[in-house]
Design a protein around this ligand. Structure first.
Ligand code: SF4
Length: 267
């Protein structure tokens, strides 16, 4: 009997087994290496985002891009040329170019040397001239000379990335896209509207936070706000129509500028 008692003492205590079984199942913890980073949140409520874009829509009812073009092909070329260049500079260079070559066929016939001469005032012009000829060739050979309306097809063109494709889809084909350029990237992060570490992250975030009914013009509203008011070096908060709503750390004014429609853009 004494021996039996000693063996029983070696068994696990039934009480502790019961307690373990009663513990609520907790989620397995992810290690730091496997845990997904949390997506940064917008600093604004749905109502605040609605109000921001309502004001943009009153200020610029019909916002437009500032690149000159005459058809989808010249738009693709103009946007591709605008990388690391100003719209004004691109417009100066393309005025004469598009007058003689407004189709991929004509651009191919013009040739790389002549294209290079036309655009030599634009940064990276040698490489850009190569791309203009290469994308013209691809349009002629693979797309019957037509600019495709599909992002996956557009980004196959030499010199055309996601940003250029989004601009073309929006401006030439009326699709609601957000092409994240330097202004949009800065504003989205500076004011905390749609923070993201890369342009793709910002694009994805903006598409989720901007109300659908404002999405089509949002791209231009944000670019123009960044170009003329929320400037890179010194944001002009004293002229800003969303100064009361803005949550940027560097804002210098909290009184919004009068909300009036600006005169139509003149290029
Ligand atoms: S208040 Fe200043 S920082 Fe904020 S959006 Fe306006 S210009 Fe930019």
């Amino acid at each position: 009997m004494a021996r039996q008692y000693r063996e029983d003492m070696k068994e696990p205590k039934p009480k502790s087994v019961k307690l373990a079984a009663l513990q609520p199942a907790s989620k397995p913890r992810m290690s730091k290496a496997t845990a997904k980073p949390r997506k940064p949140k917008s600093a604004y409520s749905t109502e605040e985002v609605e109000e921001i874009f309502r004001r943009f829509s009153v200020q610029r009812p019909e916002p437009k891009g500032e690149l000159n073009y005459v058809n989808p092909f010249t738009l693709v070329v103009a946007v591709a040329l605008s990388a690391q260049a100003t719209d004004v500079g691109v417009n100066k260079a393309t005025k004469a170019l598009f007058a003689i070559a407004d189709t991929p066929e004509k651009m191919l016939a013009l040739g790389e040397d002549a294209v290079r001469e036309h655009i030599r005032t634009i940064g990276l012009y040698r490489n850009k001239a190569k791309n203009v000829i290469a994308l013209s060739r691809m349009l002629v050979e693979d797309f019957d000379g037509e600019v495709p309306r599909d992002r996956d097809e557009l980004v196959k063109l030499p010199g055309v990335g996601r940003k250029t494709a989004n601009v073309v889809l929006s401006m030439a084909f009326g699709q609601a896209t957000i092409a994240v350029d330097t202004h949009i990237f800065r504003i989205a992060n500076r004011i905390g509207l749609a923070p993201g570490k890369t342009p793709d992250q910002v694009e994805d975030h903006l598409v989720r936070v901007i109300p659908n009914h404002y999405l089509y013009h949002a791209h231009h509203w944000l670019i123009l706000h960044g170009r003329y008011t929320c400037k890179a070096r010194r944001p002009e908060c004293e002229h800003c129509i969303i100064a009361d709503l803005c949550k940027a750390a560097e804002k210098t004014n909290t009184i919004p500028a009068p909300l009036v429609a600006l005169p139509p853009q003149v290029f």
